[in-house]
Design a protein around this ligand. Structure first.
Ligand SMILES: *[C@@H]1O[C@H](CO)[C@@H](O)[C@H](O)[C@H]1NC(C)=O
Ligand SMILES: *[C@@H]1O[C@H](CO)[C@@H](O)[C@H](O)[C@H]1NC(C)=O
Length: 347
């Protein structure tokens, strides 16, 4: 409770700061899956939870439900924006919900763009947007009663969306293995992107303008899909070819949305190609192990967690989340056509 009170004070200070200075970002709202879940799944009936050791071993050894040893990409972006880490929507009380003015995290592990993507209970993108609607309609007006100020606040905030991998891992790839009669990869990617676009339009209609959208990475390169022989550890290229059209076609979809939605701005986080750059020349980025997991269930986690790309079977370590956040904030190799720093100052 004490820490919540302190954080509320910070929250109010940030709000005053924002009202006094139109250039800063007042809030970070997060939508997505386990890549950015900050603990929503702790409150759901599912096995897709990360609220046990060794998750959080470098988060003061506190297992919050984040699927990493430490902070997620969303956490680090919040910190870089001068904001507290956005708390999980299901982890805060109703009263707390309308005191938070620095952003909320609706992300939920094992969910996806499609309603049908799930593995146990989770918050689909649709459900996440329903919660966000409640934030905008019921909660924020209590602290920002002036309609003009609320609109300004929503315009200036940033909306981070990191979703889509599970629409492949828990949906499409399973169906292709089951030999079901399904779309080819190009059609499936375009179907997903259309659905994602309509989700984004709903968020825009509620007042959002500045979006950061994370693409689907090369799923065939996660430790559970890597093809291992005594001589080699190769990505599963069959899987990568099925997944790649999503990230190939995402920038075009975002450009179209930007042209369509007045005042909107989009940053595309090109994880697919950035991962490949890392994998092809890891020495440029500090020689990180990109094929093994730092920990597997039942064994002790690795000691040298700064030298691993993957913390578990699929999720990234904090050091990698820092690398992505730094690159997207001010670098030239990951985020297009704007960096987050440029997005902050745009308009
Ligand atoms: C971290 O937490 C785990 C589980 O609660 C505990 O077993 C371990 O000793 C703790 N490590 C440190 C360094 O406190
Ligand atoms: C997803 O589910 C919600 C709520 O059940 C429904 O309103 C929505 O139309 C569904 N979306 C699709 C694309 O089926």
């Amino acid at each position: 409770m004490a820490s919540f009170r302190i954080w509320c004070v910070i929250s109010l200070l940030t709000l005053q700061d924002f009202l006094a200075n139109g250039h800063s970002v007042p809030g970070l709202y997060v939508f997505g899956d386990s890549s950015v879940d900050a603990g929503n799944n702790n409150y759901l009936n599912t096995n897709a939870k990360a609220n046990m050791f060794p998750y959080g071993i470098d988060f003061n050894n506190h297992s919050t439900g984040r699927f990493s040893n430490g902070k997620t990409f969303a956490d680090i972006i919040a910190i870089k924006l001068g904001l507290p880490m956005s708390p999980p929507y299901l982890g805060i009380s109703k009263i707390e919900r309308y005191q938070v003015t620095t952003g909320i995290n609706y992300a939920s592990a094992s969910c996806g763009i499609l309603n049908s993507t799930r593995n146990g209970d989770c918050l689909s993108m649709n459900q996440q947007i329903e919660y966000f609607t409640s934030t905008v309609i019921n909660d924020l007006p209590r602290i920002l009663p002036s309609n003009t100020k609320l609109r300004h606040y929503l315009f200036k905030s940033i909306y981070l969306i990191s979703i889509g991998s599970n629409d492949y891992i828990l949906n499409y790839l399973k169906n292709t293995m089951g030999n079901k009669n399904i779309d080819n990869p190009e059609d499936y990617a375009n179907f997903l992107l259309n659905q994602l676009a309509s989700h984004i339009k709903r968020i825009y209609d509620l007042g959002a303008r500045k979006f950061v959208v994370v693409g689907v990475g090369p799923v065939g390169c996660i430790p559970s899909f890597i093809i291992r022989t005594p001589q080699s550890q190769d990505c599963n290229e069959d899987i990568n070819q099925k997944v790649k059209p999503f990230s190939d076609n995402l920038p075009g979809m975002l450009q179209e949305l930007q042209a369509q939605l007045l005042g909107s701005l989009f940053v595309n986080v090109d994880t697919y190609n950035f991962f490949m750059k890392l994998r092809n020349s890891p020495e440029k980025f500090g020689s990180i192990n990109m094929v093994d997991s730092c920990f597997v269930p039942g064994a002790k986690p690795c000691e040298n967690r700064k030298q691993f790309y993957f913390f578990d079977f699929a999720h990234t370590t904090e050091v990698v989340n820092h690398l992505y956040a730094n690159e997207c904030f001010g670098g030239t190799q990951l985020c297009f056509p704007l960096t987050i720093k440029q997005l902050v100052h745009a308009h």
